[in-house]
Design a binder for this molecule. Structure first.
Ligand code: GRF
Length: 200
């Protein structure tokens, strides 16, 4: 299974998947990183791993339709079969979403449908979980459609919230679990244990 990643910042989830592939714990082949952010750590990680990188953003392609077309072109050129949004802070365009419908995954650091939607990213998610006095949060891997954090949920796992947690401590605990869970879910997809709806 050829994997393409979209990432905007740290890329630690992408790294976890790359590591699992190198270690032989996940039978998949990373083929491409697309990022909007030329200076992100995800790109540095991809350089280290010799993973092909394309920076596609409003500067390289000011027209949204051309940006969408350029992304689709790269995905097809690299024979991407499954796309993993690993901390990607932009919307995908309609061409990519249509061509890869049911083959785009996102990882979200909470138990959707709670604590999702526009503006629910990074520390905001964990602050909202703490403000709601939740005792359990978690990780969700879901399919991506046209709406933020909205597509079909594929898998979830729980992570405890402790009374002394702040957004930073909770985020660290959830992120650590994201790394193992994303690999578990991808393994499930590769093995057929997790069945994706039909591709276009
Ligand atoms: C993760 O918390 C993920 O759930 C969210 O963005 C964060 C990305 O972290 N979508 P990283 O870039 O993989 O380190």
């Amino acid at each position: 299974m050829n994997l393409a990643f979209f990432a905007s910042h740290g890329g630690s989830n992408m790294q976890a998947v790359l590591d699992a592939c190198s270690a032989g714990n996940l039978t998949a082949k990373p083929v491409l990183l697309i990022s909007n952010n030329r200076k992100c750590l995800a790109i540095e990680r991809a350089v280290t791993e010799a993973l092909p990188i394309r920076v596609i953003n409003r500067v390289t392609h000011p027209d949204p339709d051309e940006r969408d077309a350029a992304m689709l072109h790269e995905l097809l050129e690299h024979h991407a079969e499954l796309i993993v949004l690993a901390g990607y802070m932009k919307h995908l365009g309609p061409r990519v979403i249509a061509r890869y419908r049911n083959r785009i995954l996102n990882i979200h650091p909470a138990l959707l449908p709670k604590f999702g939607g526009q503006g629910m990213y990074g520390a905001f998610v964990h602050q909202a979980v703490i403000a709601a006095k939740e005792t359990i949060t978690g990780v969700t891997v879901h399919l991506v459609d046209e709406e933020y954090d909205h597509g079909q949920i594929l898998a979830q796992t729980e992570v405890p919230v402790f009374p002394e947690d702040d957004a930073a401590s909770l985020s660290a605990r959830v992120l650590q679990r994201e790394h193992t869970f994303l690999v578990e879910v991808l393994s499930g997809i590769v093995s057929g244990q997790i069945r994706l709806p039909a591709a276009p």
